[in-house]
Every structure is written in C-alpha cells, then in structure tokens.
Design a binder for this molecule. Structure first.
Ligand code: NAD
Length: 411
C-alpha cells in the first residue's frame, strides 16, 4: 500500500460520519498545487549532483499552508501528497489558523557534508521561493532537516523577498526561533498519552511503555513519560531494541545518545534485541515514533499493547488499523498525537509577526492547553458517536475545513 492510498482510506472512513456533497469530498481530497523541481548543486569535489524536490500545498481554506520539509532517500510525490493532506487535518483538529502542505528532497542527507547540504538547501529555495511565504505557505523541519536547515532557508528566501523570519518555523532560538520547539512534539506525545490513560482509568506506574525510534520525538516523549513515572521497558532505533522489563534508565540513555551522535548503539545496561522485537514488546502502551507504515496486516497479530500512540506520521496501515479496532486496541491517531510540533511552530510564527518573545513556561502552558482542548473534543466526539479516535479526529478536522470552504463562498 502507498502512503496516499492509506490517507485517503482514513479520509473516506471518517467522511461516512460527515455530511458533504460529492464535489466537496473531491475538492478536499485534491491538492491545491503540486510542485516538482530539479535541485542541482555542486558537491565538495566539484561535480554536480541532481536531486528531485517537492512541495505539495494541499489546502488553504483555514489559513496559510503549513508543513515540514523532509530530506530522505525515499521521499516521493505520493508520500509528500499524503503528508500534506495529513497536515490539513492536523492543523484543523488542533484549531490552528492554517492549512496543510509538505515538501522534501529525495536524498539521503547522511551522504552529504554540511556545506553540500547548505548548497542543496539554497538551490531548493531558489526553485520554490515564489510559492512559500509567511502568508501563503510556511515550511518547518521534518525527518533529515533541523534548525540549521531552517536558518539557511530563511536566509536564502530573504535574499529575494526581504526580512521576514515568519517565512519558516523551527529556526534556532538565536535566529527568531521559539523556546520549546525542539521538545514540542515529544512533549505533546507524552502529555496526550497521560490524558488518554487517565481516561482509560490506568495509572502511570502500571502502564509499561515501548517506544520505536529515539530521535527528536521518541527521546522527548521518553523523557516526559519517565518523569511522569511510566516504566519505559523498551526503546529502539536503527541499531536495535534495548529492553529491560523493570524499566530502562531513561536519563542514562539520553546521556548515552548525547555522547554517541544520537545513537543508542553501544548501550550496555540492558538486554539488546533485534529492531523488529520492539513492536512485539509485552507492554500496555506502544509508541511508534520513527517511520510510516510499520504496523501492517502482516505483523499486527504480534502487537501486544492495548494502547497505541501514533507519534510518527502514518505508522499503521488501514488493514492493520481495522484489526486493531476489532481487538479493542485504542489508537490515538497521528494528526492529534504528534500535533505538538506544529502547535509550537504556530507560536513561533505568532512571535515573529509580533516581534515579541515568549518564555519557555508560556510556550509549555499554551501547548498543554491547546492539545488538551483538542484531545477532549476528539474524545467526546468518539464517545458520542461510538466511533474510533481516528475517525473522530479526522471527522473534527474535515468538518472544520469543510465549514471554512463553505463560508469562503466557493461552494
Ligand atoms: P529523527 O530523525 O529525529 O528520529 C528518527 C528515529 O527513528 C531515530 O532514532 C532513528 O534511528 C529511528 N529509526 C529509523 N528507522 C528505524 C527503524 N527501522 N526502526 C527503529 N527505529 C528507526 O525523526 P523525528 O523528528 O523524531 O521524527 C520521527 C517521526 O515523527 C517521523 O515520522 C516524523 O514525520 C514524525 N513527526 C516529527 C515531528 C517533529 O517535530 N520532529 C512532528 C510531527 C511528526
């Protein structure tokens, strides 16, 4: 299955509970604009490398479009299109005044030097600068890009359009970035896990957690949940699974990754298992926080957790999702679970436009309030209609975008 097909399946399932005309359904499924560009740049040895870059702008009914930029060798138009539409429903479900977009370059950034990455990023901006901007489409980091990439993008865009740091979010704090942006997605995942378990009548110390991926999202979620007294029994990254049924020492793991370029490789204070063992961990809560499409019809039988928090984008294929629903496994969907990042990106954009800076406390308070309100809304919608949290979250988002489209007068 392809990523876009999976997203469309979720859209279609949710719209069974939302009244709309066929033409509105068709309009909400289509992208406003899909841009594919050639990105050519000089490598350090003087040769020229050519890559393909994408920016898909899905919907702007509720405001300027917003979404990350991914540098990964598997980036393709189908995936970017799927992620752009997820951004539309994500910004709508947390009620940010934005639409949805996504972009990326099909390249493995680990094969490039920092100066090659900079030249590639600037060449990409040369191709797309006319279609992005603080009032049209505001990119942000995603897999393979970080605050430094965002600083290059801002600098290159400003060469064409003049000073305006609100063109991009996820910037370094010293370069008009927001405090708390880096931890935001993981913090949101932790907070929403806590809220969902409370609703299910489960206490933290009785809820064993397994987390796939220990990058930005996975590590911050682990930190938050460890501090909230959840036993984290397994974590994994590309190097394998690290397991301790009594609960891992998360502060020690975080120190290890700081000293080993973000990798868990070489951590010895627990049992080491193959990477695929993570999804099969005997635990109450499973948090996929790495790649999309990791839980499929083929491995869903091996999942033991009763609650899954989708920290990654699109980690569960629809056939597996159906089986999990039938088994009574509760899934908190990506468009809500990982919305902490775009929420703090919104706060960064607001601060840039006001030339004002918020304290870390204020960012955290506003993030917690925004996500809590969105969670309560989705939870009650699911309870009232007797539907899954995914159908409820998509339904809330789709309903808001549909209403804005109608109010604008196009339908
Ligand atoms: P990252 O690059 O910082 O970390 C990814 C982690 O996943 C690394 O630890 C890597 O080793 C691990 N990983 C990769 N392949 C794996 C595999 N096969 N098995 C186990 N682990 C594997 O990325 P991130 O920013 O933490 O993003 C993770 C996911 O969360 C992505 O799906 C991303 O789209 C999504 N997301 C991120 C943000 C954000 O603010 N960073 C916001 C929303 C959604």
């Amino acid at each position: 299955m392809h990523a876009f097909e999976a997203t469309q399946t979720y859209f279609n399932r949710a719209t069974e509970h939302v009244e709309m005309s066929d033409s509105m359904r068709e309009s909400l499924q289509m992208s406003k604009r899909e841009l594919q560009v050639q990105v050519s740049f000089h490598k350090d040895d003087g040769s020229v490398m050519n890559c393909v870059g994408y920016r898909v702008q899905h919907n702007n009914s509720r405001g300027p479009m917003k979404g990350g930029l991914r540098y990964h060798h598997e980036v393709n138009l189908d995936e970017v299109r799927a992620l752009a539409s997820l951004m539309t429903w994500k910004t709508a479900v947390v009620d940010l005044p934005y639409g949805g977009a996504k972009g990326g370059i099909g390249v493995n950034p680990k094969t490039l030097s920092p100066s090659e990455l900079e030249r590639m990023t600037r060449a990409f901006v040369d191709q797309i600068h006319d279609v992005i901007g603080p009032d049209t489409d505001i990119p942000a980091p995603d897999m393979g890009t970080d605050h430094r990439t965002m600083a290059w993008i801002r600098n290159q865009w400003e060469k064409y359009h003049g000073f305006n740091p609100a063109v991009i979010t996820g910037k370094p704090v010293e370069e008009y970035g927001a405090k708390g942006r880096e931890e935001a997605t993981g913090r949101g995942v932790g907070l929403l896990t806590f809220k969902l378990l409370k609703r299910k009548g489960r206490r933290p110390h009785e809820s064993r957690v397994a987390i796939q991926g220990f990058g930005n999202v996975g590590s911050h979620a682990a930190k938050f949940l460890h501090e909230a007294e959840f036993p984290i029994v397994a974590v994994s990254d590309v190097s394998g699974t690290y397991y301790d049924p009594r609960g891992l020492d998360i502060p020690q793991l975080l120190r290890h990754t700081l000293m080993h370029k973000g990798s868990l490789e070489g951590f010895k204070e627990c049992e080491r298992l193959p990477g695929e063992a993570l999804l099969q961990t005997d635990c109450e809560v499973l948090i996929p926080a790495a790649l999309g499409g990791v839980i499929t019809g083929e491995n869903v039988d091996q999942i033991q957790a009763r609650i899954i928090i989708e920290a990654a984008n699109g980690p569960i294929w629809p056939d597996a999702d159906e089986q999990l629903n039938e088994r009574g496994v509760v899934v908190l969907p990506d468009i809500l679970a990982n919305a902490g990042g775009v929420t703090v990106s919104y706060f960064e954009w607001v601060q840039n436009r006001q030339h004002y800076r918020w304290s870390l406390d204020r960012v955290r308070q506003e993030l917690d309030r925004t996500l809590s309100e969105a969670f309560e809304n989705v939870w009650h919608t699911a309870q009232d209609k007797g539907i899954s949290l995914r159908e409820a979250a998509f339904g809330v988002g789709i309903q808001r975008v549909k209403r804005a489209t109608e109010l604008s007068g196009s339908f």
